[in-house]
Design a protein around this ligand. Structure first.
Ligand code: HEM
Length: 469
């Protein structure tokens, strides 16, 4: 154990002295108007190199939409997502999958509430339901339940390992860092390996039996398998490309490699599950803390949905103004992605000044989304009504970011969040549990902003005359 201790002291000293890269200048923007002005500029279209496990392990060869530098590859994979899976005309095609996921979740919660101590562990149940739904959108129907759970666990382990990946990302000489932190590197590589082993058979089987039935909506993987992306090695000197012209066609194209396919699917599962499930939890947690607001949401739903209807249908969601106000207020107070950030690119319109400081190309600029959403009266209070009074131009927040890198999943995220919250409030009265199980609104900020103490509550059937389970 003494040798171990000496090794660990040596490792810390070594990494402190010569293994850290010099950091670029960093600036935090805390004023919403400035944030909006900057984020829509073309020079604010890039993020710093990604520190995700997949990017680090592939020595930044596997890029997904979030990690890809602004350019042709990013444009191709982002356009594929927004014009295929997330196209507004496609959203309804996954309604059956949403309904199935909701039914399983309601049954699970109803089952838990009948257990002896009756405290429902809602956080994990919501996350698994959301994961099953997004996995269907990603890989198609007919997924085996055990396989989905294995993927969900692998995904969570990868999210948890982000701080470890950062250690290697920040190393000046990566080979030395890999030597010093050999066991951490091995663990990281094993996680990624496990992910590949669970995803690749699904991708392969999709290649062989694509869209087994014509009624099945296309899966994300189908679009990725067919996707042609510009060849990395091609020169970036085409004038049409440089001018961002729509007719630009790269000379050489290629398909995504297996590693890129896994990384891009993992991005959809991560964004579609962790962030959305976290948003649902924050909303329900606030409704537990504010039973009067919860009752107002339920009253609104019951005014639009027949008492014996199986569910709050998706066609009703747009009419539920109070529910929407509650969702916006929770996103304002607890944006599940707490930070947007950019690495400034060269700009032909000159140098920016922010808060009296010159921003040069290469500077990393942070936009803390929760702090930017405080320009309201009583900013710490949960007051959904403020959104009933404001029109779109008046909405002083941006939980989905802004500019070219704005969240492409905004519409589907709002659909999933409102559908799940509406139905969960219609089925159950969410009451505060006591002692250690009481709702605690403290955040845990990592890659996403999760609840530090996952949501637990006492659930009571809201319409006992109609059997939930
Ligand atoms: C409530 C749920 C969600 C919230 C609050 C959220 C928020 C965000 C934010 C703040 C960003 C960074 C934007 C910026 O830098 O300006 C982002 C990026 C992104 N989001 Fe979401 N998101 C959510 C759900 C989703 C879903 C469901 C998907 C996929 C279906 C998704 C896919 C992405 C992707 C791919 C990016 C990177 C975009 C790029 O770099 O071009 N998000 N999201």
């Amino acid at each position: 154990s003494r040798i171990k201790a000496i090794k660990s002291v040596l490792a810390t000293a070594l990494s402190a002295v010569w293994n850290r890269k010099p950091r670029p200048t960093r600036i935090v923007v805390t004023d919403l108007a400035t944030a909006r002005r900057l984020l829509v500029r073309s020079s604010f279209s890039n993020r710093p190199p990604s520190n995700s496990p997949s990017a680090i392990l592939s020595r930044r060869r596997y890029q997904n939409i979030t990690s890809a530098p602004y350019g042709r590859h990013w444009r191709a994979i982002r356009h594929n997502l927004t014009s295929e899976l997330l196209h507004p005309a496609r959203i309804h095609q996954y309604a059956a999958a949403r309904r199935r996921a909701l039914r399983c979740l309601v049954e699970d919660l109803a089952h838990q509430r009948r257990m002896p101590n009756s405290v429902v562990h809602a956080a994990e149940s919501i996350r698994y339901a959301m994961f099953g739904l997004v996995a269907t959108m990603c890989f198609g129907d007919n997924l085996d339940g055990g396989h989905v759970r294995a993927m969900a666990d692998a995904q969570r382990d990868l999210v948890r390992s982000i701080s470890v990946a950062r250690l290697f990302a920040e190393a000046k000489i990566p080979a030395v860092a890999r030597l010093i932190y050999r066991s951490k590197w091995k663990k990281l590589a094993a996680l990624r390996q496990k992910q590949e082993e669970t995803y690749l058979p699904l991708i392969d089987s999709r290649c062989r039996h694509r869209q087994s039935s014509s009624s099945e909506p296309p899966a994300y993987v189908d679009t990725l398998i067919n996707l042609q992306v510009p060849d990395e090695d091609e020169d970036d000197d085409d004038p049409a490309m440089l001018a961002g012209k729509a007719h630009y066609k790269p000379r050489r194209q290629r398909r995504l490699s297996d590693g890129e396919l896994v990384g891009t699917c993992s991005e959809l599962l991560g964004a579609g599950t962790e962030i959305t499930a976290s948003a649902v939890q924050w909303i329900l947690a606030n409704l537990v803390k504010h039973p009067d607001e919860q009752e107002a949401v339920r009253r609104e739903i019951n005014a639009f949905v027949a008492a014996d209807a199986e569910q709050v249908g998706e066609e009703v969601l747009g009419k539920l103004e109070y529910l929407n106000a509650v969702i916006m207020e929770a996103l304002r107070l607890h944006p599940p992605t707490s930070l947007a950030y950019r690495q400034v690119m060269e700009d032909d319109q000159g140098i920016h000044q922010v808060q009296g400081q010159r921003i040069l190309a290469g500077t990393v600029v942070y936009f803390p989304l929760a702090a930017l959403a405080r320009a309201w009266e009583d900013p710490d209070d949960f007051k959904p009504r403020r959104f009933l009074a404001s029109d779109d131009n008046d909405v002083k927040m941006m939980p989905f970011g802004a500019g070219r890198r704005v969240c492409p999943g905004k519409d589907i995220a709002m659909r999933h969040v409102s559908y799940f919250v509406a139905n969960l409030v219609r089925e159950f009265v969410w009451n505060e549990a006591h002692g250690d199980h009481a709702v605690n609104l403290q955040p845990h900020v990592e890659f996403f902003t999760l609840m530090k103490y996952p949501l637990r509550a006492h659930l009571q059937l809201a319409r006992p005359e109609f059997k939930t389970n």
